[in-house]
Design a protein around this ligand. Structure first.
Ligand SMILES: NC(=O)c1ccc[n+]([C@@H]2O[C@H](COP(=O)([O-])OP(=O)(O)OC[C@H]3O[C@@H](n4cnc5c(N)ncnc54)[C@H](O)[C@@H]3O)[C@@H](O)[C@H]2O)c1
Ligand SMILES: [Zn+2]
Ligand SMILES: [Zn+2]
Length: 432
């Protein structure tokens, strides 16, 4: 079968690889109809999330059809259409039962304290092959797989695999309540989806910070108040917009690949910290293989965290979903302490939110489809990765139609979405 394979920092390829087989009774094999490229995949290719093994199939977002089930899987049969959550969990341990699927005691072969297991990640994340392939082996399929109604198409469902649950989780971490003013750092797919999720959880105002003009346009299409960090100092802008108080809640949807502003007052304010950021970057990404302007690691790993803490109001909350790998040791802890902030963070417990979100999408309350701005085919995946990595205009979220155009929803294709998730419901009624 064809798959997208990681060979090294700056080196990914589309290759023929062997098809997966059932190993354990709770495994299933899923024939993938749609996959997608995520900001998390970029960390592996840029070198900001080390520990990948050569030959690992990439990808942790997929929609597909169950092809085969192990003897222990009683709730699915071949032919069922499913969405695959990015993280893998046993469903039996005390953590899974409490909803902390990302902290499962049993899924990681490295042991209870080894960390979150997800598809297509580093060895420390369980060493599982990923979902940018024609078929995948899904461990604990009886717990992980979520059935899809026919009314939820592949374009919607692929955004339910990781992006929507993570955005929902980010809004929950940030403790968004009725009427809150919320800032979202990062207007990539996760930040875009967080606009709608914040509103569904009650946000009164949403302010979005990024430096990429067309991503800010997409946020404005969703009627978020936008701040371009290359034109304004974002903390000052957030204070101006909130009568000098700051925002009640912040969602950091950037993570370790945060970039410095290239120009404007924010760049001037940070000019003296260049060496400090260089040191942070070299600590985070000991191996870097940029190819011109592609695969360039973020040059200010702690910047989104610093801005998040600074723009929060006293006694506010910061929910961090942008990924920070273990080697990141910088956080503005003292500033957060002095403001009595609440800091919550981590890997999404996808399985906890997914069934509910499938219903929210099926009911029409949320339509994430327009966030998909490009569909590519697997043979073109490397070029799609490169274009997404450079944050080129129009390449905010890239799905991979694994089965070819047949799996692409009507109305999509090269031109794809407008970037505005639509929420029929607003305010408190959606709080859950
Ligand atoms: N916690 C989880 O379980 C989970 C799940 C999925 C994704 N993620 C993480 O969420 C983050 C976002 O994912 P994505 O797919 O949207 O990635 P992305 O790379 O497409 O988006 C990141 C955005 O942040 C912007 N940015 C860079 N520096 C910034 C700064 N200093 N201030 C504000 N914005 C800045 C970039 O321009 C970009 O638009 C990634 O770190 C990804 O790994 C986490
Ligand atoms: Zn993802
Ligand atoms: Zn478990």
């Amino acid at each position: 079968m064809k798959a997208v394979v990681w060979h090294g920092v700056g080196d990914i390829r589309v290759e023929e690889v062997p098809e997966p087989k059932i190993h354990e009774p709770y495994d299933a094999i899923v024939r993938i109809t749609s996959s997608a490229i995520c900001g998390t995949d970029l960390h592996f290719v840029r070198g900001t999330m080390p520990g990948m093994k050569e030959g690992r199939i990439l990808g942790h977002e997929a929609v597909g059809i169950v092809e085969e089930v192990g003897a222990g899987v009683r709730n699915f049969r071949p032919g069922d259409r499913v969405v695959v959550p990015s993280t893998v969990a046993c469903g039996t341990c005390s953590y899974c039962r409490a909803g902390y699927y990302a902290q499962c005691d049993n899924a990681n072969p490295g042991g209870r304290r080894a960390g979150t297991v997800f598809f297509g990640g580093p060895e420390a994340a369980g060493g599982l092959d990923g979902l940018q392939a024609e078929y995948a082996r899904i461990p604990y399929a009886h717990v992980g797989l979520v059935p899809l109604p026919d009314t939820v198409d592949d374009a919607q469902a692929i955004l339910l695999s990781d992006i929507c649950p993570t955005a929902w989780f980010g809004a929950r971490l940030a403790e968004i309540g009725s009427g809150d003013t919320v800032a979202i750092l990062g207007a990539g797919p996760v930040g875009q989806a967080a606009i709608a999720c914040a509103r569904l959880q009650g946000a009164g105002r949403v302010i979005v910070v990024d430096g990429v003009p067309d991503r800010l346009d997409l946020a404005r299409d969703q009627h978020a108040e936008t701040v371009d960090f290359n034109a304004e100092e974002p903390v000052e802008a957030a204070l101006d917009l909130t009568g000098g108080i700051g925002v009640d809640r912040v969602i950091d949807a950037v993570g370790v690949d945060a970039q410095r502003p290239a120009r404007g007052p924010a760049a001037e304010a940070l000019a003296g910290q260049a060496e400090e950021f260089d040191r942070e970057r070299d600590e985070v990404a000991p191996e870097q293989r940029p190819d011109g302007d592609t695969w360039v690691p973020g040059d200010a790993p702690s910047l989104a965290a610093r801005w998040a803490v600074r723009m929060a109001a006293k006694a506010g909350t910061v929910g961090t979903i942008g990924v920070y790998p273990p080697q990141v040791g910088h956080y503005p802890f003292g500033e957060a302490f002095m403001k009595n902030l609440t800091l919550r963070m981590g890997n999404c417990n996808h399985r906890r939110y997914l069934p509910r979100l499938v219903s929210v999408v099926a009911s029409g309350e949320l339509d994430p489809t327009p966030l998909l701005t490009r569909w590519a085919e697997v043979p073109d995946a490397v070029e799609a990765y490169r274009t997404f990595d450079r944050r080129e205009s129009g390449w905010t979220k890239v799905a991979l139609g694994v089965e070819g155009r047949g799996s692409v929803a009507p109305g999509l294709g090269e031109a794809a979405g407008t970037g505005a998730a639509t929420t029929a419901g607003t305010g408190e009624t959606g709080r859950r």
